[in-house]
Design a protein around this ligand. Structure first.
Ligand code: ACO
Length: 395
């Protein structure tokens, strides 16, 4: 579809068919942020997202995305107070959470999705259509603050451990690790995780953000929109596979095996995990930042990952010339999360926690200027109306 073509509203004339996957179709205007793939740049409200990660706290960037401007000291204090208050479990959910954690088909992300829905019911979150902007923002703050608390309780109970209450003296990232282990984390680990979390808060009009917007456009409540968004994120094509790059490092095993392994993979038609991107045709800025973070953390896995990365880029440029394949966000995400102590099954749920900031900001924006999102499809089946076959007369 050319840029000037418009998808016509259903009803009067036949609508224009958008490309599969809506590629290249803009479906909304947003003030939240944007991704510029050719430049290797993405931003939150105009600020380079990786620069924000380097210089700001989780709470500062959370305020920026949700409210629209970077906070001054007073605004930051207000957000920090809301964030700490929002960590308390809604009354009546603790025992159900513990049962969810013991379900036979438990996965951290599936359990988190269920817990978010459960909490929204316990909190009696109302349809956004009936709320004032301040009330929608209050629900947004509450759900962002609560999500890691739900996740960590589920995780610990699933492992047969006692849940750990968040330490209210700690910010979001440090409390995230403290609820995981029961101990205050090293500041270098907390800061590394904080940078990862900021880097992944938002990324353009991705599938889960779009899902959250579609649900919100019906006037539904914040809990429904977030539950749907987590469901969209659970798919391997979106957020469901960040541990695969680490699996590849495991499969390679030692530096001397990298070249042969990577060549065999590419020549065998396999894709190297953590390389290539649909939008970034240059360095993925998230990968550059997370490489930096991994270096700050240090350790043998980082050196090994750097060796594999350099080898992979050389192999790809030789065997896949002209495809513009660079390291993507997943390659160093896995290394960073692993090094700060998160197990692989917690990678995508951690991503879900940070992305809740982006989702709730999008929900707030959607409610501020809402129109029901209701596209059409072009029917391509047998000519209608069809006569009913004999024998279908209701008696
Ligand atoms: N390893 C080897 N070859 C690759 C890779 C890769 N990682 N990625 C793309 N290619 C090759 C393809 O085989 C194709 O080669 P061909 O022209 O000989 O057929 C060419 O590059 C173009 O591939 P496309 O499929 O058109 O690229 P697309 O933009 O659709 O792919 C994707 C993007 C899905 C991320 C792909 O690069 C990939 O599968 N990477 C590995 C998995 C991965 O790291 N996923 C995480 C992405 S980050 C994120 O989404 C948050």
């Amino acid at each position: 579809m050319s840029e000037t073509q418009q998808v016509k509203p259903a009803g009067s004339a036949q609508p224009t068919l958008a490309p599969r996957g809506l590629e290249g179709v803009a479906v909304a205007e947003t003030l939240i942020g944007d991704v510029r793939g050719e430049e290797g740049f993405y931003h939150y409200r105009g600020y380079d997202a990786t620069e924000l990660a380097r210089h700001c706290s989780f709470e500062q960037v959370w305020y920026l995305l949700l409210i629209g401007e970077l906070p001054g000291p007073r605004e930051l204090r207000w957000l920090q107070d809301q964030a700490v208050a929002g960590r308390s479990l809604p009354s009546g959910v603790a025992s159900t959470l513990d049962e969810i954690a013991r379900l036979p088909g438990y996965t951290p992300l599936g359990a988190l999705r269920t817990a978010v829905s459960l909490s929204a019911t316990a909190l009696n979150l109302q349809p956004t259509l009936d709320l004032t902007p301040d009330q929608v923002r209050a629900d947004a703050l509450r759900m962002v603050a609560l999500t890691p608390v739900l996740l960590m309780r589920l995780h610990r109970v699933h492992q047969g451990l006692e849940p750990v209450d968040p330490d209210h003296d700690l910010g979001y990232a440090a409390a995230y690790l403290q609820m995981l282990t029961g101990e205050r984390p090293e500041s270098v680990a907390a800061r590394a995780l904080e940078k990862y979390l900021i880097t992944t808060m938002d990324h353009g009009f991705n599938s889960s953000t779009f899902t959250a917007r579609v649900i919100t456009s019906t006037g539904s409540d914040m809990g429904s929109a977030l539950t749907g968004a987590i469901g969209a994120l659970a798919g391997p094509l979106h957020g469901g596979a960040p541990s695969r790059a680490l699996d590849m490092l495991d499969a390679i095993g030692t530096p001397d095996r990298a070249e042969e392994h990577l060549r065999d993979e590419v020549l065998g038609g396999q894709r190297l995990m953590g390389f290539g991107h649909r939008i970034y045709k240059t360095d993925d800025p998230r990968s550059v930042l997370l490489h930096e973070v991994a270096r700050e953390l240090g350790g043998p896995q980082v050196e090994f990952a750097e060796h594999v990365e350099a080898t992979a880029l050389r192999v790809l440029s030789e065997l896949k010339p002209g495809r513009r394949l660079y390291t993507n966000v997943e390659f160093y995400s896995g290394v960073v999360m692993n090094t700060v102590g998160l197990s692989r099954d917690m990678f995508t749920p951690t991503f879900a926690c940070s992305r809740t900031v982006g989702w709730t900001s999008a929900i707030v924006e959607q409610t501020a200027n809402n129109r029901l999102i209701r596209p059409s499809a072009i029917y391509v089946g047998p000519a209608a109306p069809r006569p009913l076959p004999d024998g279908y007369a209701y008696a």
